[in-house]
Design a protein around this ligand. Structure first.
Ligand code: F0G
Length: 372
């Protein structure tokens, strides 16, 4: 019998994932001397979810891109590895962002790794507990603004223009560069573009980035078709659906509680160029879809991620996908982006999930409780 004496004999030649800058460097603004700041983000799972599709949109072949699997639990890590890498390359000492939570958690992590001071502005009492915990323990200087996200964004934009402070919000073009790699991963995995790309829309950076990514792959001939971009906002924070800004946005999905999206025009362009749409769903629909996704696919996303899933249900009941299925002669492939982990917002999940059943500590009581 062969005796393994060293771990190296247990390894395979499978290439190791070193983060998205390493993998997709050809598409990104980096050189061999760029000091890459990475937590090995990206390469997130694309999960086939037929049981969920059967309930919410039976005419589609549904895949969930689980961005909650990124190191800080959201898609923001894709953009942040690029933005902090470029800030580090430029010698930045201080960085700043406004956030509904996930951007701050991600910025804090990458700045901690690079040794850059990180200042985050959050709307007071309006961000999920997990995100606040991340920003604080990762050493960011956390300021709770007596205002909303839009107020916080206005302040950081001005301060980053007038002071030597790097802006880490998605107005920073490197954020979008990093985030477009999500589209590359989807196409690399499927071997083609999806027919529809469903996504929550808040400040509108991510829908813009994905559309850039698809167009770039298409321009290179790596994919033959482009997806229709279908974005969803929460009904109480739906400026792109209403056609005007919302001064007091409200929704249970605090990640997308934004009334004046910085990349709104680009999101509308992505919608129009792709032949897609931007619609909105109620908080009630969001919470229902969050629970359905978790219970019917095992993918537990935070409430914002359920906006597109609720949107798929809405479109399905208006026969939108039935028509696409007829046109294509097969079920359309839909990828929905699960942008952040459900554990980010435990309070909401516990409210939706219900109470556990309390039973005596014996076999009979357990069997009775489960109906055996
Ligand atoms: N989903 C989650 C979980 C988010 O955190 C965000 C945005 C979005 C969707 C919307 O993406 O802004 O690019 O349209 N969160 C930002 C933040 C605003 O500060 O964490 P978007």
């Amino acid at each position: 019998m062969e005796v393994l004496t060293h771990n190296s004999q247990l390894t395979t030649n499978t290439p190791v994932w070193r983060g998205l800058i390493h993998h997709y460097r050809r598409y990104l603004s980096v050189t061999d001397s760029t000091p890459v700041v990475t937590l090995h983000e990206g390469n997130t799972p694309l999960i086939h979810a037929p049981r969920l599709a059967e309930v919410i949109a039976p005419d589609v072949e549904l895949y969930l891109k689980f961005e909650g699997a990124n190191p800080t639990g959201s898609f923001k890590d894709r953009g942040m590895t690029m933005a902090v890498t470029k800030a580090h390359e430029a010698g930045a000492k201080v960085a700043i962002c406004a956030s509904t939570g996930n951007t701050s958690a991600s910025a804090a992590a990458y700045c901690a790794l690079a040794g850059i001071r990180c200042v985050v502005l959050l709307p007071q009492n309006a961000i999920a507990l997990g995100k606040l915990a991340q920003a604080l323990i990762q050493g960011a200087e956390v300021l709770a603004i007596e205002g909303n996200f839009d107020d916080a964004l206005r302040i950081v934009l001005e301060l980053s223009k007038t002071h030597p402070i790097s802006l880490l919000n998605s107005l920073n073009p490197y954020r979008l560069e990093g985030q477009k790699t999500g589209a590359f991963e989807i196409c690399d995995y499927l071997g083609h573009a999806p027919d529809f790309h469903a996504i929550p829309v808040g400040n509108a950076g991510n829908i813009t980035a994905y559309w850039q990514g698809y167009k770039e792959y298409h321009g290179e001939g790596r994919i033959d078709t482009l997806p229709k971009m279908i974005g969803f906002q929460a009904a109480g924070a739906a400026p792109l659906v209403l056609g005007h800004g919302v001064d007091k946005p409200e929704t249970v999905a605090t990640a997308i509680r934004i009334g004046h999206p910085a990349r709104g025009d680009e999101a509308l362009a992505a919608r129009d160029e792709s032949g897609g749409l931007i619609d909105c769903v109620s908080d009630e629909e969001i919470l229902r879809a969050q629970k359905q996704a978790a219970a019917l696919s095992g993918v537990f996303g935070e409430p914002a991620c359920a906006a597109p899933l609720a949107g798929l249900a809405k479109l399905s009941s208006s026969k939108y996908f039935a028509r696409a299925r007829e046109e294509l002669g097969r079920k359309p492939v839909v990828v929905s982006i699960v942008t952040g982990h459900g554990l980010k917002d435990p309070n909401i999940a516990i409210q939706s999930g219900g109470e556990p059943t309390v039973v005596a500590a014996n076999n009979a009581a357990v069997l009775r409780a489960i109906g055996f």
